[in-house]
Design a protein around this ligand. Sequence first.
Ligand code: HEM
Ligand code: NAG
Length: 340
Amino acid sequence: MAAFYDSRIGFDQCILLVVMSIFCCVCVHGSDPPLTLDYYKEKCPNVLEIVRNEMECAVLSDPRNAALILRLHFHDCFVQGCDGSVLLDDTITLQGEKNAPNNKNSLKGFRTIDRIKNILESECPGIVSCADILTVAARDAVVLVGGPFWEVPLGRKDSKTAGYELSNTNLPTADDGLLSIISKFIYQGLSVTDMVALSGAHTIGLARCVNFRERIYGDFPITSAMNSASETYLKNLKSICPPGIGEDNKESAMDYVTPNLFDNSYYQVLLRGEGLLNSDQELYSSILGVETKKIVQKYAENPIAFFEQFSESMVKLGNITNPETYVDGEVRKNCRFANT
Ligand code: HEM
Ligand SMILES: *[C@@H]1O[C@H](CO)[C@@H](O)[C@H](O)[C@H]1NC(C)=O
């Protein structure tokens, strides 16, 4: 089943659908997005190799780049579906998503996508969508830091618009409670299991002080055992992130044990009550999280189970589409701007 960001259809589209279904017996609505594994096989046979090579360079030069690209893809898909909307710059007529509060001073990695797009435009101009580039790049990012591999269905279109307001409402935040986070995933057609597995992305990458200050001056000592190791960790976090205001953009790893490795150590950190973000620790410690707690325990014990579910859930994440984009979408020439 596809998750529809907006499943209403207008009268004119309805007539069109009736006419279409009379002639070709196709019900566009409610069907899975038309994504296929061999979408570029004829039109751009080297696409996967090119993305992979560029991602290799990017991650080799700085493993943080893997985290940046993975998060970009997530923030793309939760706003209007996976349509490259997150990549659009502000213009006079378009308010992009980059400056929405959840993204500002936080989302990065755009130049990596630009570089890949440039190469693909010279290799096969006008063929590969920015949304597909981002989806494949996110998969490669995970593989390159030690995570699982999965096949990526392709054929997404790029949007001509962005969703500034939707960025504010759809994206989960560090201080969201567990139920709020669950409902934001359900809204996208993703289950509680998908949510817990996809949160495992926080096994790589950094968060800023502004997003974990309340947690470290709040209930961190309560959720963690406060043995000498976690006391040292907390002291270190407090030195990075002072109380009150200031140093909002100072960063710390969400998985402090293996910050550059895609493994299941994030869940083990949660078992010890040492999750950096409030939203992370809630998966294990919330009184409302009976189900999520069990899943966290499972992935902490069983890295294979985590990898398998993460792969499947990433395909589901990448499948989120706005059906209108298939009718109205395009393949952008420059990922930062809709074609004129
Ligand atoms: C479950 C709800 C989620 C919440 C509340 C959440 C929240 C956050 C926050 C607050 C940050 C730090 C941003 C900053 O301080 O600038 C972050 C970073 C990150 N998130 Fe999430 N996230 C969630 C789910 C996901 C998912 C599903 C993915 C990908 C599949 C993801 C991938 C990442 C990555 C890789 C980073 C590190 C980025 C970097 O190094 O700059 N997150 N997330
Ligand atoms: C994703 O979409 C493709 C078709 O577009 C479908 O074949 C596949 O089953 C979907 N996968 C998941 C996990 O939803």
